[in-house]
Design a protein around this ligand. Structure first.
Ligand code: SF4
Length: 283
């Protein structure tokens, strides 16, 4: 981004205000806690959200990406979706739109509209893993086949394609992680965001952890896994996240990693330098 705009670029987290159909109808993913998504702005219009957030962020930059990360934005009725996206275009400071969504809800009408905007659009797909058993464990409500379908649909457009992954899903082996990375490498996607699985109180996963039904990786285990998998990720793919964000927004994470993201990043860099590990090394 810095190379593209020669300046720091910040993301403004916005909400379409729609509740994810999977949570509404099927109970949602076992780790889902909507309070971790965005500030309490869901009920506001897009302009109100931007007018509230932009002045606060302007001290850091004057170039922004409108980031619809929460819930499942493609759930929205087309006319409402169109109106909300058009509101973003009224702001000169906003240069791109990123929409994060589930793989089973991409709608051609919505995508066609976005592709005709003459605006840079990034679509991020919540892949998490390509292992169907793990997808079932997470109660994702979609399969690997839906993921393949979504990526194939997106290849018909000029959007930049991003993906979200979870590392450290209980019972996944390193081979499972590698299968996910190999699939993404083979699809020439542009960006990967890697997340550690976080258990929040009040979620199904939180209950499973409290009842000792499953265990999550501790910090050292997760760091070791990152260092092991990063060499298999193609060097052309941008890795834009390595740890779950907003973990402490609600204060309800169970056994969260000690310290802060900056320390975790420093430790990862130190480990990779020490072991002479780098992205693309084994690809
Ligand atoms: S798809 Fe996203 S918003 Fe919907 S239930 Fe799963 S984590 Fe929550």
């Amino acid at each position: 981004m810095k190379e593209k705009y020669h300046k720091k670029v910040f993301k403004i987290g916005l909400s379409m205000g729609e509740i994810c159909h999977h949570r509404k109808n099927n109970g949602g993913c076992i780790f889902c806690l909507p309070e971790t998504f965005t500030d309490n702005i869901k009920s506001k219009s897009i302009s109100e959200q931007i007018d509230y957030l932009l002045p606060k962020m302007k001290k850091h930059s004057d170039i922004f990406i409108a980031y619809f990360q929460d819930e499942t934005s493609f759930d929205l009725d087309f006319e409402i979706f169109k109106t909300k996206i058009k509101s973003v275009l009224n702001y000169d400071e906003i240069k791109e739109i990123t929409i994060s969504t589930r793989p089973d809800v991409l709608k051609i009408k919505h995508l066609d509209f976005l592709s005709e905007l003459n605006f840079d659009v990034n679509i991020e797909i919540g892949v998490q893993t390509v292992n169907d058993e793990s997808l079932r464990f997470l109660n994702r409500g979609h399969t690997f086949s839906d993921i393949k379908n979504a990526i194939n649909i997106l290849k018909n457009y000029d959007f930049r394609i991003g993906t979200h992954l979870i590392l450290g899903i209980p019972n996944e082996t390193f081979e499972d992680n590698l299968n996910t990375i190999n699939y993404l490498n083979s699809q020439n996607i542009d960006e990967i965001k890697i997340h550690n699985l976080v258990a929040y109180k009040g979620t199904k996963l939180g209950k499973m952890i409290s009842n000792s039904e499953v265990e999550l990786l501790n910090f050292d285990g997760y760091l070791g896994l990152l260092a092991k998998i990063i060499p298999y990720i193609k060097s052309e793919i941008v890795i834009s996240r390595l740890f779950t964000s907003n973990v402490n927004r609600t204060g309800t994470a169970i056994k969260s990693f000690p310290g802060y993201k900056k320390d975790w990043m420093n430790k990862l860099v130190h480990l990779m330098n020490e072991k002479d590990i780098f992205q693309g090394q084994k690809n």
